[in-house]
Design a protein around this ligand. Structure first.
Ligand SMILES: N[C@@H](CCC(=O)N[C@@H](CS)C(=O)NCC(=O)O)C(=O)O
Length: 201
């Protein structure tokens, strides 16, 4: 939203405390997961990639998807690698299940989270490295949904003590290009109104 110059009122939930299960939020998103975007009438929009594409179609400038059809598929593929193939493994509900139901100790849960983050970073690095690019971002000169999801992924890697951007030469450059933009830098978790000490599993 910052990339598009859009303002929004944000409401923070403490997902470790379980705010997402409170009836008020359940009414907004019965999946009890964030984000949910209230925009006009009707049920809130949910699922981050669906929200990103909705915002892109509603507020087209600057575009968050490349013009070329094949490049668009490429941007979506990268975004999905992070958002669909890694992120579900590390969310609080999964970590909680590993600990409370399967009895995994904290060290094992940390190892689990780092394993999936590292596997994702490795895969994304290799995929981005073989793609011909004309600019510093995943798909050229401007950030797209691929960069948004990559930065979120690498920021999680940093917070959880997994291998960070510095260990992957190609995506390190993409990460650095993004973090030079206020839209990314000012959205870092440490700058959010409810920021706390680094996440603990
Ligand atoms: N695929 C969903 C994932 C939503 C999701 O799991 N969000 C996490 C945020 S880290 C959450 O709300 N977790 C709550 C929980 O695990 O209980 C999306 O991209 O929006």
């Amino acid at each position: 939203m910052r990339l598009k110059g859009l303002g929004a009122e944000s409401v923070c939930l403490d997902l470790i405390r379980g705010d997402q299960f409170e009836s008020q939020y359940h009414a907004l998103n019965p999946q009890t997961a964030v984000p949910a975007l209230v925009d006009g009438g009707g049920p809130p929009l949910v699922q981050s990639l669906a929200i990103l594409e909705y915002l892109d179609e509603t507020y087209p400038e600057p575009p968050l998807l490349p013009e070329d059809r094949r490049e668009r598929a490429w941007a979506r593929a990268l975004a999905q690698m992070a958002a669909f193939d890694v992120h579900p493994f590390i969310v609080p509900r999964v970590r909680k299940y590993l600990g409370e139901t399967l009895g995994l100790a904290e060290t094992s849960r940390v190892a689990w989270v780092r394993h999936w983050l590292d596997a994702g970073s490795r895969a994304i690095e290799d995929v981005v490295a073989r793609h011909p690019r004309s600019g510093p971002f995943c798909c050229g000169d401007g950030p797209t949904i691929a960069d948004i999801c990559l930065v979120a992924h690498l920021t999680s890697a940093q917070l959880f003590g997994a291998r960070g951007p510095d260990e992957f030469p190609v995506i390190r450059g993409v990460f650095a290009a993004c973090m030079r933009l206020d839209a990314f830098a000012l959205e870092h978790p440490s700058l959010q109104p409810d920021a706390q000490a680094a996440a603990v599993v």
